[in-house]
Design a protein around this ligand. Structure first.
Ligand code: GDP
Ligand code: MG
Length: 717
């Protein structure tokens, strides 16, 4: 028989960290709430018969959010043999609220008092034998991050699970409430397991909709129940749910008074840092400066040196040169040489060349996340977003999306407001993900080798695209409404653990290497084939690139992009292949233009070739911007489809993104080209101006619902 242990606790209290510690797996540990929406299972290290479940973080067991529903369902219906309740020791008061509810479920509970390292550092003292006594459950001190105590907590839970002794809650509500609960228990005692009777009585008293429905009471019982509840409500002059909430808090404050001694020497280091970092005026400049540094260092400075070497020397010279010589020697057919050397090594090599840069970026992002800074960003953004009727909750998916859009889109699950959720799904992929990074680095290296702020600028352009879309969409009837409330505990800052950061970086970067060996590999082979074969006088066969099938298709589509400045067939093909995976933009160029070393005298290198393809800056920026903002890759589109759960909305999202990208790229190309050279005044200029004015209008116009409100106010006065 397996023993099943569940990890339950508030968001961000360390459940996933402990889960990883106990099971040896490496699930995503995010320093913000809502990362674990689905429950995850794993086997206890060295004890295969014990299954650990990592549940989504919740503040309470009410049925209002998706996380609450998932957690509650699991605890009630799949009844684990014991619960390990993780409690953030630096925030006892808030965390114990959930604990009081877990203790009512009738399951054995062990309280893991986590974050003990921080508690000690803050100088607080928790009397845990007292805590154990007043709560009526075992307490184990842990520090999941440092790997201390996790196993002891698991062992304690296993013992409890084996002994199979029922928990008797020590906490009692006030006498009148207990009397009422007993009356309710009398009604339902035959229909629920005896150990869950207390829980169900309380929930029925609170008029919990789901629980009420699950009983299928007849009318008479419903009335009887309602009578019992209202009788007490009238007596206590409060609604039943509030009565319970208040009494829980009263109880918790008694517990705290008995067990916790806070060191009251003013602000903690965390508070001091936050005073600066989340300061009304400094917050945004600091965020901008940090992100600037991150993108600058990983893409423009250290990163580009590494990539130059991998691209030019490693892939261009050694691997491509070596393979070419080898195949020559083996007398391989011309097509095979072409496929291997130009198609696969050229394309995949061009993409792999940028992998070091991705890893450096992910390394920095992991540090920012692990130390607790990213959680602040969501908090800062909430303050700004709220002014436009948006919720900071919408920013969390975007932060996750800077690694990969797919988990970013999935993270929108936690947004309860359906309209806000849809809007967030639509805008998440504007943030440049890891796969778009090679595109930025390639264009930057080829056309703007001296402009070091290009990569940071592209990140901020993504952020602006999100904010712009948010404001504009929010003003339409489809998305109008008040922003969802956003409550978020800011975790204390802590030095990121090296192991955590490296695992995190690897987890994010790994998928890009796998992709290079699979999707990108196949796509490059396909691009090579299509660009090497075609119909000529002699029938179907190998032809010059300009006469290939791909060129014919590309040239047919290219005029669409001419107003954007890249009506060149190869750029068009690259853009379209980017739908499969964004790295393909680079892979396609690698195949079509050849890798070649840029140190070569004859300008045969990839960068020089790209430079000649975009004769002036505005065209290159327009190409870059279009590729960053337009419809994301198939994987992300799939995620959009799943989260929207609706074909129409999925199409709406893709069309909106592509149209938005087209308009922005057109404005950049036409007006930028006019100002900085490359484009002359003409129809295009006028169209761009009209579009620009149109966008400004959409941005600045008063929201129609505000107009209605103003009208209503006018009428009533
Ligand atoms: P979950 O939301 O409950 O799954 O929490 P996570 O496991 O994702 O952890 C949230 C954050 O708290 C991460 O940054 C962890 O590194 C950090 N953390 C977890 N346990 C501890 C601990 O014992 N001490 C400290 N200082 N940090 C911890
Ligand atoms: Mg988690």
């Amino acid at each position: 028989m397996n023993i099943r242990l569940a990890l339950a606790g508030n968001p961000n209290c360390g459940k996933t960290t402990m889960f990883n510690d106990l099971t040896g797996s490496s699930q995503y540990v995010g320093n913000w709430p809502g990362v674990t929406v689905e429950k995850k299972e794993g086997k206890l290290k060295g004890n295969k018969g014990v299954i650990i479940t990592d549940l989504p973080g919740v503040y309470s067991l009410s049925p209002y959010t998706l996380e609450e529903v998932v957690t509650r369902k699991y605890l009630l219906q799949e009844t684990p043999n014991a619960i390990i309740n993780l409690v953030d020791g630096t925030n006892l008061e808030r965390n114990l609220y959930l604990t009081t509810q877990l203790l009512e479920l009738g399951l054995p509970v062990v309280l893991a008092l986590n974050m003990m390292d921080l508690v000690r550092r803050n100088g607080d003292q928790i009397n845990n034998s007292k805590l154990s006594e007043v709560l009526g459950c075992q307490v184990v001190e842990t520090s999941a991050l440092k790997g201390e105590g996790s196993m002891a907590a698991a062992k304690a839970a296993m013992e409890l699970a084996k002994s199979n002794s029922p928990m008797t809650p020590v906490h009692h509500f006030s006498e009148s409430v207990e009397t009422t609960l007993a009356e309710i228990a009398e009604i339902v005692k035959t229909s629920v397991p005896v150990n869950q009777l207390r829980w169900y009585s309380i929930k029925l008293f609170e008029r919990d909709k789901e629980v009420l429905e699950s009983f299928n009471f007849d009318e008479a019982t419903k009335i009887q129940l309602e009578d019992i509840i209202t009788k007490l409500e009238n007596l206590m002059d409060d609604d039943s749910e509030s009565i319970i909430v208040n009494e829980r808090y009263e109880y918790i404050s008694k517990v705290i008074k008995k067990c916790l001694q806070k060191k009251t020497t003013g602000a903690t280091t965390s508070d001091k840092i936050d005073r600066v970092v989340t300061n009304r005026w400094l917050a945004l400049p600091i965020f901008a400066a940090i992100m600037f540094m991150v993108y600058y260092v990983s893409i423009s400075s250290i990163g580009s040196v590494v990539t130059d070497w991998t691209n030019d020397v490693l892939f261009g010279e050694y691997i491509q040169g070596g393979a070419s010589a080898l195949l020559e020697q083996a007398n391989a057919a011309e097509w095979l040489q072409g496929l291997v050397v130009d198609g696969i090594i050229g394309g995949v090599g061009a993409v792999l060349g940028f992998v070091p840069q991705m890893f450096i970026l992910f390394f920095f992002l992991s540090i920012l996340e692990d130390c607790g800074y990213m959680a602040r960003v969501a908090f800062i953004m909430d303050r700004i977003f709220r002014k436009f009727g948006l919720s900071g909750k919408s920013f969390i998916p975007l932060l996750i999306g800077s690694g990969c859009g797919v988990p970013g889109i999935m993270a929108t699950k936690t947004i309860e407001n359906e309209k806000d959720r849809r809007m967030t799904i639509m805008t998440t992929t504007f943030i440049p993900c890891g796969a778009k990074l090679p595109v930025i680095a390639l264009i930057g290296g080829a056309i703007f080798p001296h402009i070091t702020w290009l990569a940071p600028a592209m990140y901020f352009m993504g952020v602006l695209a999100v904010v712009f879309s948010g404001i504009v969409l929010k003003k339409t009837r489809m998305f109008a409404g008040d922003p969802a409330p956003f409550v978020m505990e800011l975790p204390q800052y802590h030095l990121p653990a090296a192991k955590g950061v490296l695992i995190h970086m690897w987890e994010r970067g790994r998928s890009f290497i796998i992709k290079a060996g699979t999707i990108i590999f196949l796509a490059c082979a396909a691009i090579w084939f299509l660009s090497s074969f075609g119909f000529s006088e002699g029938g179907f066969g190998m032809v010059a690139q300009e006469e290939s099938i791909l060129a014919v298709i590309g040239m047919a589509i290219a005029p669409i992009f001419a107003p954007l400045g890249f009506g060149e067939w190869r750029a068009t093909v690259a853009t379209i292949s980017g739908l499969v995976a964004k790295e393909n933009v680079v892979g396609t160029f690698g195949v079509l233009l050849g890798l070649g070393a840029d140190i070569a005298e004859d300008d045969s290198g990839l960068l020089s070739q790209i430079a000649s393809m975009f004769p002036y800056g505005a065209a290159a920026v327009s190409f870059l911007v279009f590729n960053l903002l337009c419809a994301p890759c198939f994987a992300a589109i799939g995620a959009i489809r799943r989260e929207m759960n609706n074909a129409k909305w999925t199409w709406f999202a893709i069309i909106y993104q592509s149209l938005f990208a087209y308009v922005v790229a057109l404005i950049i190309h036409q007006l930028g080209g006019l100002l900085f050279g490359g484009v002359t005044f003409g129809i295009g200029t006028i169209v761009a101006l009209v579009l620009l004015i149109g966008m400004l209008f959409l941005l600045l116009r008063p929201a129609p619902q505000d107009k209605l409100k103003a009208k209503a106010a006018h009428l009533t006065t």
